[in-house]
Design a protein around this ligand. Structure first.
Ligand SMILES: Cc1ncc(COP(=O)(O)O)c(C=O)c1O
Length: 246
């Protein structure tokens, strides 16, 4: 069954059906053997994986530190399943907070030198959840232009006035900060190590500008935690500015 056939079975509106059945690009790309998504992996996630019964090198993994396959982590996960089952049976708000969540959050906060931590199921949900929780319509959100899509999605949900500065360009960031109403909340969001280009943010300079213009700083350290700083404590530790980013 191809994508348009699958969509046939879910679309009842004539106009929507017409739109989705005309969307044939993925099938065309698949026919040319160039479709890069939803590749099925038949092995554990390591530097080499099995696809179509063939061993291939993995260049797309986020498990830089090999934690996905670490024997201690596997053992702890199995012990947790034995004790708690395969899920939390509820949201964190209601009946889904376990003692091991709190233990993990305390240890994570301690590791990065912060008062507290809150664990989300995915990185996307962090940005989608935290940014709108902090900002509203009258606030400013100031983003590096190469920030991850989840930060952009979070900004949309917040309704904050959103500006993008040129990638890692401090004069461009300062120009935006100068243009903001000094009495309003301003949050600068950057990645620690940028996901697409692999370059490092200028966090020390961002913090200096944030202090100058009374702005807050948020760092998405998805690719820097475990990589930069003492013992992999992340980009704030690497730049010796741990106190500033929220
Ligand atoms: C910088 C950054 N933030 C957030 C995410 C989203 O993380 P997740 O895939 O856990 O939702 C990614 C994904 O790679 C990312 O690169």
């Amino acid at each position: 069954m191809d994508v348009s056939q699958q969509l046939n079975s879910v679309c009842t509106s004539g106009l929507l059906h017409k739109k989705v059945s005309g969307y044939t690009k993925p099938e065309e790309i698949k026919r040319r053997g160039l479709y890069p998504y939803f590749r099925v992996i038949e092995s554990d996630q390591d530097t080499e994986v099995i696809i179509n019964n063939k061993k291939v090198l993995m260049f797309g993994s986020n498990s830089y530190l090999g934690l996905t396959n670490h024997p201690e982590i596997k053992k702890a996960s199995i012990n947790a399943i034995n004790k708690y089952g395969c899920g939390c049976a509820g949201s964190r708000f209601l009946n889904g907070t376990l003692d091991i969540h709190l233990e993990l959050e305390e240890q994570l906060a301690d590791f990065v030198g912060k008062e507290a931590a809150l664990v989300f199921s995915t990185g996307f949900q962090v940005n989608f959840g935290v940014i709108p929780a902090l900002l509203g319509r009258s606030d400013y959100l100031i983003l590096d232009e190469l920030n991850h899509a989840s930060i952009i999605e979070g900004s949309r949900l917040s309704f904050a006035k959103t500006y993008k500065y040129k990638h890692n360009d401090m004069p461009s960031l300062e120009k935006i900060l100068q243009s903001c109403d000094a009495t309003k909340i301003k949050l600068i969001v950057t990645e620690g190590i940028f996901s697409m280009d692999g370059d490092i943010t200028k966090l020390d300079e961002i913090v200096a500008l944030a202090d100058k213009y009374d702005a807050a700083v948020m760092v998405d350290d998805a690719h820097a935690l475990g990589v930069l700083g003492d013992y992999g404590k992340g980009s704030p530790n690497h730049f010796n500015v741990t106190k500033k980013p929220i």
